[in-house]
Design a protein. Structure first.
Length: 79
């Protein structure tokens, strides 16, 4: 399992992606986003076919979050 977490301190917002492997070699990207101060936010899940495809989504998110003022605070890899 890997966790990527971004925070925009100026807007008090966060964005998190958790990458999990589930049965039958399925890879699930679990997105979560919202406010740091309230319970407002959302989440969604995306299933991908390979780790390469998951890495493409992470690379895309790294660029997108950076362009919107977010700082990466937690690239964690948990076995």
């Amino acid at each position: 399992m890997s966790i990527y977490e971004w925070v925009n301190k100026e807007k008090a917002r966060f964005y998190k992606i958790i990458i999990k492997k589930e049965g039958n070699n399925r890879i699930v990207l679990d997105y979560q986003w919202g406010s740091c101060n309230t319970k407002r936010g959302g989440k969604k899940k995306l299933c991908v076919q390979s780790e390469d495809e998951a890495q493409k989504y992470i690379t895309k998110m790294l660029k997108r979050r950076k362009s919107r003022g977010y700082m990466l605070i937690a690239p964690l890899i948990i076995i």
